[in-house]
Ligand binder design. Structure first.
Ligand code: DP6
Length: 378
């Protein structure tokens, strides 16, 4: 956008949570956030779990060209960010800093090609982000949070369509690995990549949400307390100490990625469910194989596993397929995937066995990726 000095440059974007069916657990490069294995997720509907971020650039927030270097500008708080109403420090070598800097570089490149553009890349930023669900409770808040940050800066800086969503996912990945997958809707793979600079470590769409709209999710909030071992620290402890993780990386995940991608393409729920549950269990087994072990699931989580296995066993005994699948991230909360028609009965059974539990309602999981709800001069 071109503009005069009195124009307001602001963009608001929301981004959904994604829940992996092939889990990302482990980094081969902790600074660039490069994973030890590929992963695959389903993007949830934004009506239920989302982050909404507004980013604004203004010369009154500070002009970066007036400081000798980026550190001096940072020391003068040219960029500031609030998460759920509380200011978060943007640490000099932290993930937020890296994401903002990368996005600013893309804007600066655009401005150097078109000098008529406003110098947004030189102005300080004010960023405000809100989640409509508990932060860091194993409900993938960092995924939607960083995806919304990147989407709002991309909208503010008018980077798309020249910069693709996969290119943006490379930057979101450096905020939080799983965030790269929230830039797309539907079924999304994070290709871990081989390059040391991370240039081939990005998210791609496996299938759009319209491909298999019949798949729904039920989130069973077993606990919304903050998790004991954050994912970032937990996964590196697993990398350092778990022999099982090496087997997972080399033998287990590559075959599962291929099989679940095919199952999604064929809308084959039985295979999708079998792989989803097996991968959740393999991931939690790696956590248990970590020294000291990490426990994310609790007794209620394990009872839900048993109930789901029992429902599927009874259905298969009648010659019918699996009714549903469970998966657990780095926390005790269950995400259940099932064809839409199965959900009313599932919800009733779960409520019967867990009468006091607080479950979100059944909803269509197939959301769009991050999107802009507003941008531009006002
Ligand atoms: C269990 O993406 O939160 O949810 O990259 O260190 O920020 P960092 O980790 P994060 O880890 C997510 C782990 C997981 C599995 C997954 O989403 O694939």
């Amino acid at each position: 956008m071109t503009g005069s000095a009195e124009e307001i440059y602001q963009a608001t974007c929301s981004a959904p949570v994604n829940i992996a069916v092939i889990k990302y657990w482990g980094k081969r490069d902790t600074s660039l956030i490069l994973p030890t294995n590929d992963s695959l997720s389903v993007t949830l509907d934004q009506d239920h779990l989302r982050s909404v971020t507004t980013a604004r650039a203004d010369p009154s927030f500070g002009d970066l060209s007036s400081y000798p270097d980026a550190d001096a500008a940072a020391a003068h708080l040219t960029d500031r960010l609030w998460l759920n109403g509380e200011e978060e420090l943007i640490k000099p070598d932290g993930r937020l800093r890296r994401c903002i800097d990368e996005m600013r570089k893309l804007r600066a490149a655009k401005e150097s090609k078109d000098p008529s553009l406003a110098s947004l890349s030189k102005w300080g930023l004010r960023i405000c982000s809100e989640n409509n669900f508990p932060t860091a409770a194993g409900l993938a808040s960092s995924a939607s949070g960083f995806a919304a940050l990147i989407a709002s800066l991309a909208a503010l800086y008018e980077l798309q369509p020249e910069v693709s969503s996969s290119q943006l996912s490379r930057i979101a990945r450096q905020g939080s690995g799983s965030a790269c997958r929230s830039l797309f809707g539907g079924y999304v793979a994070w290709q871990g990549g081989k390059e040391a600079d991370g240039s081939d470590s990005l998210a791609v769409e496996v299938a759009p949400k319209s491909h298999w709209p019949d798949l729904h999710a039920l989130i069973c909030v077993v606990s919304d307390a903050k998790k004991g071992t954050p994912s970032t620290a937990g996964m590196q402890r697993t990398v350092q100490t778990s022999p099982l993780l090496q087997h997972r990386i080399k033998e287990v995940v590559p075959e599962r990625m291929a099989k679940i991608t095919e199952a999604i393409q064929k809308r084959d729920f039985d295979t999708f469910a079998a792989i989803t549950m097996a991968d959740s269990n393999n991931f939690h087994a790696c956590c248990l194989d970590t020294s000291p072990p990490i426990f994310y699931m609790n007794d209620v989580s394990r009872s839900i596993v048993q109930l789901v296995e029992e429902i599927n066993r009874a259905s298969e005994a009648e010659g019918l397929g699996k009714k549903l699948a469970y998966t657990y991230d780095a926390g005790p909360n269950a995400v259940l995937y099932a064809p839409k028609e199965n959900m009313p009965a599932i919800l009733q059974t779960i409520r019967h066995y867990f009468p006091s539990a607080d479950f979100d309602d059944t909803f269509n999981i197939l959301g769009n990726g991050a999107n802009a709800s507003h941008r531009g001069a006002q």
